[in-house]
Write a protein that binds this ligand. Structure first.
Ligand SMILES: C[S@@+](CC[C@H](N)C(=O)[O-])C[C@H]1O[C@@H](n2cnc3c(N)ncnc32)[C@H](O)[C@@H]1O
Length: 390
């Protein structure tokens, strides 16, 4: 007996909902109903599947409803993130086979999407602003449950936004869709009771504080150029500031496009290498392996918030970690020593690694509290992250 397409899709949604309950991301019957109703396959008619062939780095293989019908439908309902755009312009239909690239749009992991929606605690009648429409799937879940008239979603990329608008129409949902920079919010439909960002930010923009009612909440993945991530939930106060905490778990979202790290460029990189080669080394107190610790990396990033990291090997020498801050023209390198440990060299007006060691040292002295003991406070001009002593 052949099972027809719609029956199969409904069965897959049911299985997905079961799985998300098992992982405890999905907790409430109301969100379960939304997961069971929203046809994710309409939002991912084509996507890239990550492959890591030996010796070739990461490649992205296109999958589409047209070329891989049976497999595509099953994959569409997996609890997986499906990347839908690379490098800001490459769509799966542009790729004849596996390609390289940086993901710039996706349908996020359904488990993470529903986990965030549960955390957001939206009630009937609340107005919600979503930053990063992407494929439109998360806007569809919210519209399914609360109606499109209370949901506004903003997407930076006009092509991505057009695809999302078409998918939402086809699925029968009508949230307000806006093309623009979500870091500016969408003032024409404010005030909101909730803001949810599905791209991450280095800092919370003033516009969001202005557009959320006092007592309203902002749920936002935070990141930096060292790729230290954390999910923050803040409440907006009467005075236009917002305060909150970081939540447990390890999440990562692509960074808001206007906050992407500046290009380093070959010329600047070569100049940095030359300058560092002439700098006096000292033994490192904190090694670059701090990046292997989820919270440690986040803390290191607080110490050097404008630094980017690259691991490079020159002429068969050791793998060296470079930290480069383009804006200030500062850099640090960490070279492994034959007997263990690392030596650090620094150039420029900021001593990047001194700053990293200072903040990591304070964090370690406090007992290395995990990220869920961190708090964040912002007035839209300056933002403070601190940890509570255990
Ligand atoms: C992870 S995807 C969103 C996933 C989406 N919620 C879904 O369910 O498919 C992140 C999206 O944020 C968008 N984005 C990046 N920076 C943005 C900005 N400043 N304003 C609005 N959208 C932005 C990206 O273009 C991308 O489509």
């Amino acid at each position: 007996m052949t099972v027809d397409f719609d029956t199969r899709a409904a069965a897959l949604r049911h299985e997905l909902a079961d799985e998300l309950e098992r992982t405890r991301d999905l907790r409430s019957p109301a969100w379960r109903r939304a997961i069971e109703r929203v046809p994710r396959h309409l939002f991912v008619p084509e996507f890239f599947q990550r492959t890591d062939p030996p010796g070739k780095g990461t490649l992205w293989a296109p999958v589409s409803s047209e070329h891989d019908t049976g497999r595509w439908l099953d994959l569409a309902y997996r609890n997986e993130t499906w990347v839908t755009q690379l490098d800001g312009h490459i769509a799966p239909r542009d790729a004849a086979g596996p390609v390289m690239g940086e993901p710039t749009s996706s349908s996020s992991l359904p488990g993470l999407v529903v986990h965030m929606l549960e955390l957001l605690d939206i009630a009937d009648g609340m107005r919600v602003l979503e930053i990063g429409t992407g494929t439109g799937y998360s806007s569809a879940l919210m519209s399914d449950r609360f109606g499109g008239d209370v949901i506004t979603s903003v997407e930076f990329d006009p092509g991505v936004a057009a695809n999302a608008a078409a998918a939402l129409r086809r699925a029968g949902y009508a949230p307000r869709l806006v093309v623009g920079d979500g870091l500016e919010g969408v003032p024409e439909h404010a005030p909101y009771d909730r803001i949810i960002a599905t791209c991450s930010v280095r800092y919370i923009p003033r516009a969001w504080l202005d557009q959320v009612r006092p007592g309203g909440r902002i749920l936002v993945p935070m990141t930096g150029w060292l790729h230290g991530h954390g999910l923050a939930l803040l409440e907006v106060g009467d005075d236009g500031t917002a305060e909150g905490r970081f939540l447990p778990g390890t999440i990562s979202f692509m960074i808001a496009r206007p906050q992407a790290a500046p290009e380093i460029g070959d010329e600047r990189r070569s100049a940095v290498f030359r300058a560092l080669a002439g700098a006096e080394p000292r033994p490192a107190v904190v090694g670059p392996d701090i990046r292997d610790d989820w919270t440690g990396l986040f803390v290191a990033q607080l110490g050097a918030p404008a630094a980017q990291q690259q691991t490079i090997r020159i002429d068969g020498g050791p793998w060296v970690d470079y930290f480069i801050d383009v804006a200030s023209g500062s850099a640090a390198s960490l070279t492994p020593e034959p007997g263990g440990g690392w030596s650090v060299r620094q150039v420029g007006p900021l001593r990047l690694w001194d700053d990293v060691e200072a903040v990591v040292g304070r964090w370690r002295a406090a007992g290395s509290p995990p990220q869920e003991q961190f708090r964040i406070r912002t007035n839209g001009k300056s933002q403070t992250v601190s940890w509570c002593m255990p």
